[in-house]
Design a protein around this ligand. Sequence first.
Ligand code: G3I
Length: 380
Amino acid sequence: MMRLTWTCLLTLVLVTAACEAPGEEPVPAEEAVPALKEVFADAFLVGAALNPDQFYGRDTLGVALITKHFNTITPENVMKWEQIHPEPDRYDFEAADRFVAFGEERDLFIVGHTLVWHNQTPDWVFEDDRGEPLTREALLERMRDHIQTVVGRYRGRVDGWDVVNEALNEDGTLRPTRWLEIIGEDYLAHAFRFAHEADPQAELYYNDYSLTNPAKREGAVRLVQGLLDAGVPVTGIGMQGHYALTYPTLEELETSITTFAGLGVDVMITELDVAVLPRPSEYWGADVTRREELRAELDPYREAFPDSMQQALADRYADFFEVFLRQQEALTRVTFWGVTDGDSWLNNWPIRGRTSYPLLFDRAYRPKPAFFAVVATARE
Ligand code: G3I
């Protein structure tokens, strides 16, 4: 079927649009904007990663969007080790408690992110009082204490956890983190078992980026199959979904979804966004430690995002959602990594202070052409 252009779609769906001054975007009438969670209700949950301005209620327009469109939420940062467990004997649950309460108040499927990661984990985690590396047994004990304290606190309230995040290299081998160095390859099995003991009902996920790359996909298959063979309670694989206009191919995306589903676990798109800015290099991953210098040509849309790019983004999102809908038996959830373009980590990575446009809602909280293109995929 011929794909509708976004202007054409807007014309179709905007039964009443407010009059706008020349050059301004039309503001869609509220009733012309369907709720994403209803549009995809028969296919999968639809969610977003949240920041404190949203779950503390300061970003009231953001809260309205979340309440209307999403039925699952993930905390973008506040459950990471450095924030929830900043010192050996001190946990800080304040923001995480508010995040969970926000989800409960709206009856949302709540995801915890993340228990074991190599980033945003303080150095002390791996060291003893004298700054010497911990023994395997001591680090396992520290991991157990952390997981059981955090998962135990939200037992029966947080529905699923990203138990281990980003454990794989691009070639599919295990990433050389301090978890691996000190504990050994079974650190993942222990993490999942500790989480299961703390909340036997919670879903437990392995979460990573670039899982559409063949070598990394095969690495994830080996990893998760090995865990399942050993009786480790892994319930799902999270494909982060930090994508771009030309990456990945739709074939690789679909192959990964079907391959992971073939392992008998749930598959979910956990951190979806589509990068639109020029890349300083041909790196397509999401390693948060990578940094590049700002140059004007790498930040071309500071003032406005051209119509041609809006259309390209809308087409790309439509392509992705066509795959997601075709694979709805395998997919349990699609979570965007942020609500509006203004919230996105891509404004600050891999270069700080750029103006990016990777999500479905713009900086003024309006649905973009990409939003309507996504909605249209469910109605084709
Ligand atoms: O909280 C401090 C604040 O006090 C300080 O003033 C400010 C100054 O830079 O920094 C704030 O911390 C930042 C934090 O986000 C909260 O905004 C960190 O510098 C920044 O590095 C951190 O970035 C996050 C990144 O993970 C690292 O944790 C991004 O927001 C977050 O979107 C990103 O999310 C990751 C997923 O967890 C895993 N997959 C990849 C994804 C994207 O990188």
